[in-house]
Design a protein around this ligand. Structure first.
Ligand code: CA
Length: 225
């Protein structure tokens, strides 16, 4: 787990670095707010420990800027009670705070609590993408099976790949070149005409279900559903 520590007091920085590393975290540190935003953008950390009082822009501003591109958890370090309301307010977007002087044990406990919370709130992963449907067509990309209206359709490997490409992105137009790149990949003896030939056989094999549109001068697409 990669932590970004933003703190301009070198003693506190040292203590944090030591404690977090001892607990198995990898950390990056900076004393400046603007640099913190840059680091968060360039090498996204999994959690940010952010001091409020910094020499250039304050921690509030840093958090606000980071929130424009990331929802990484942020724990503020603050020494003033009147900062606390702002820190956890929606306006700033902090997740928690620790008041100075603090024990590293307390900070570590808060970090763990926030990580648990974030993992629980994380959106569920994408649904399995091996099963695709387009109208009456069902395609199982893992088992290499295609059916139309419950009837199995036998395709060559290339026809299968082309069909998968088109129905995975309904409505999107693929040029012949893109279709070759994405459906064939490994190259071989194919030309733009190859795509036309495969589209023709696909159309024949799916008969009544006419789902492949020709986009004149560009290429093909599966009708949007
Ligand atoms: Ca400070």
């Amino acid at each position: 787990m990669d932590i970004l520590v933003v703190e301009d007091d070198p003693r506190i920085c040292d203590v944090l670095e030591y404690a977090l590393k001892a607990d198995g975290y990898s950390i990056q540190t900076t004393q400046r707010g603007r640099e913190a935003v840059e680091i968060a953008r360039r090498t996204p950390p999994e959690l940010v420990v952010l001091d409020v009082g910094l020499p250039d822009i304050d921690g509030f501003e840093v958090c606000r800027l980071i929130r424009k591109f990331s929802d990484v958890p942020v724990i503020f370090l603050t020494s003033r009670a009147d900062e606390i309301n702002r820190v956890v307010g929606l306006e700033i977007g902090g997740d928690d705070y620790v008041t100075k002087p603090f024990s590293t044990r307390e900070l570590l406990a808060r970090m763990k609590a926030i990580r648990r919370r974030h993992q629980r709130n994380a959106p569920p992963g994408p649904p399995p993408e091996n099963l695709l449907r387009h109208g009456p067509i069902e395609l199982d990309a893992e088992k290499f099976l295609v059916a139309c209206g419950g009837r199995e359709v036998t395709l060559t490997r290339q026809e299968f790949k082309l069909l998968e490409l088109l129905i995975r992105h309904p409505g999107r137009v693929f040029t012949r070149e893109q279709a070759l790149d994405r459906a064939w990949g490994e190259g071989g003896l194919v030309t733009d005409r190859t795509i036309d030939v495969h589209v023709k056989t696909l159309r024949k094999k799916f008969g009544d279900y006419d789902f492949i549109e020709t986009v004149r001068g560009i290429g093909y697409r599966a009708r949007g559903l």
